[in-house]
Design a protein around this ligand. Sequence first.
Ligand code: NAG
Ligand code: NAG
Ligand code: NAG
Ligand code: NAG
Length: 339
Amino acid sequence: MSAILFLMFLLRCTSTVLSTKDDETALLKINKQLGYPDILQSWVKGFDFCNAGNALFQSNWYIRCSSTGRVIDLYLQNTNINAPFPDSICDLTELEFIGFYHSPRLYGSIPSCITQLYNLHQIVIIGTSFSGSVPSFYNHPNLTIINLSFNQLSGTIPSSFSTLPNLVQLDLSFNYLTGTIPPQLVHTSHTSYPQLVLASNSLTGELPRCYGWIDFGLIDLGNNQLSGDASFLFGKQKKAFAKIILANNEFEFDLSYVEFSDNLYGFDLSHNKIYGKVPDSFMTATGLLDPNLSFNKLCGELPKGNNMGRFSAAVFANNTCLCGYPLPPCSASAPAPSP
Ligand SMILES: *[C@@H]1O[C@H](CO)[C@@H](O)[C@H](O)[C@H]1NC(C)=O
Ligand SMILES: *[C@@H]1O[C@H](CO)[C@@H](O)[C@H](O)[C@H]1NC(C)=O
Ligand SMILES: *[C@@H]1O[C@H](CO)[C@@H](O)[C@H](O)[C@H]1NC(C)=O
Ligand SMILES: *[C@@H]1O[C@H](CO)[C@@H](O)[C@H](O)[C@H]1NC(C)=O
């Protein structure tokens, strides 16, 4: 009888309970650094952190442990916690996933010690007031997703991200980032098309041409002050079911020779300085659902047929001198050529 109990105890120990006092100590310190918020009331010495039955959708926090009893996932969401980043997180040395969501009163900088967590697969920190610079992750073999959108981060985008061989999704949108976009921030992967989202910052300069080699699933650079060419993001040969957003920048290139892939389903080039005419591949691209070319410097007659019946005039509005269906006919809108 007691042998069976002992066996059950052992099984429970090996499958669920924290295997090191260090992880427990770190979690207790995190609680302290967060100011012992009500939602972490249960986080006391001896608490069964690994097996607390929390599901993220019904709680403000969630911890997942590995089969060896180390903390590998740590989530915190929808909290009102008013505290700086708890740097004791860096003592959870096996962490693979950090997720902080919608906790607008978390403030201060993200400590650079998290860049020493070499098992990290994903870091997702969204909707906080964390400020200061973006942590410079360098040479992490397993890091695939960095999503630090909707915070108050400033400074430049670390060029060290180019050393992350498996980074396929980088989202730094809705921060206060400045400077240029470093080359090779994301890499082509065998399992998914890369996503690069840097929208709504204050980025300047030209987009490095190496991004033309990547088959993006999503690239969103909207609402910055980027300039120069970006036509290399397009191309007939692209295979990704893709969306390209460059709206509200100062991109300036000739659209006449751009070829739209049949897999491109959406793009927004509105509010730039794009010139030339709308190319025939716009009319033939079979996957195109949601284009926007408005507020540019395009000119000339729109191609006729195929796609052209599907789009409203708003897609082409407010250009220099575009004409033809769905805009007014060329003869009516173009000034009469001088004799
Ligand atoms: C991280 O990547 C290395 C090298 O690819 C691999 O050996 C290791 O198992 C990975 N660690 C985790 C926690 O996935
Ligand atoms: C980053 O997270 C936000 C908020 O959850 C989400 O809307 C966005 O799609 C994510 N970024 C990427 C590239 O998936
Ligand atoms: C295109 O972009 C302009 C400017 O951002 C916007 O006003 C318009 O509604 C958009 N049109 C379509 C069809 O998406
Ligand atoms: C955009 O074009 C529409 C239709 O031609 C025009 O009424 C409107 O004034 C233009 N808007 C701007 C901001 O130029």
